[in-house]
Design a protein around this ligand. Sequence first.
Ligand SMILES: [Zn+2]
Length: 416
Amino acid sequence: MAGELRWCMVASIPDLTSDAELTLEISRCYGGSMTLPNWKIGRALGIPIHIHASWFAVFFFVTWSLATGYLPEMLPGLSAPRYWGMGGIAALLLFLSVLLHELGHSYVALRYQIPIRQITLFIFGGMAHMGKEPPTPRAEFLIAMAGPLVSLILGAGCLGGAMATDALFAGSGLQGLVVLGGLLGMVNVQLGLFNLIPGFPLDGGRALRAGLWAWSKNFDRATGQAALTGIGFGVALGLTGAVLMVGSWFDGREDSIATDGGWLIFIGAFLFSAALASRRQATMRTSLSSVTVRQVMVHPVVLVPPDMTLQDVVDQYFVAHGFGGFPVCEEGQVLGVVTVGDVQAVSTALWPWRRVRDIMSPVSPSFCIPPDWSVMQAMEGMAQGGWDRLVVMEHGAIVGLITRSAIAQFLELHRA
Ligand SMILES: [Zn+2]
């Protein structure tokens, strides 16, 4: 092969299979940078594929570092436009590799009936947004391993292809193809190996959580422990990057080592904050599992009769009590829920004429829960029904109301 293949750290690309809550936490850590625009570029396995605005920055960076560093070194004597063209193609193929890695995770997740809302390519690589957590440790392990497996197989294929081309057609002008194949092979092998690092939420960390989960039978505790290793690896990567960077300045070694160091610091910080967010979330879930609905619910409950006009409801309930919504109740039966939003959707001129019954959102029996449920169960109930409050019933009577804001307030108080 033309020269020796250089290990390029810039190809240490993390990917995440993440639930919606974690995505939100991460974007909060990065000052809402995940809210930048993103574009749908297609669909695979029925999953929408999106490109995030930050992806263009890293695409340009990879193209630039290949066109000005890697390629001129491996294939001397070509023109600059050739290097940039090849760099651009290689960068595109690199992101295609990341996409295939994500599709590996997604394929197994879909087999376990876990919906994948979308796959996003962004500055750190790729992210598959899972609709819910895996049902069993075994499912979690297989979903986590599928991505690196795809990358390692692709990597072996590309490296094998490049070596065979080099051996069979030596000196026939296919050197460019050999170099690209070799680069892509290495990138894929590295993508597979890097993500096997056992720090949650990297794939290796997910496999670790699956093991801890199977052992302790406690999902949240396993998440907390696996996230701790993620925090540790995040710090270790950041320090390694800093040592590389400082070392290259003192020795006056190649710039690429300083760049690699910078990238490692960047990745380390990302892993650190993602792991920290997961750990915080797990701690919160654990504490909410030990708190009962009875401890958090508000009571007595203010109920609205269904035949009242909107004008009266606004004057006598919304203004007087200051709540965002009320259960609508008739003869001890909960019929629905009426919120500020429901009332606002009706023009004020109609308020004296329209009745609560006409505009309330009707509810199903799962809107009423017993007081001995845990707050965590209540939150899952709210998420499933798309409600932000639930009625608490005991022995056929309404005894309280649990709302998202009351839970947030409870957490806030107990953090202090
Ligand atoms: Zn992965």
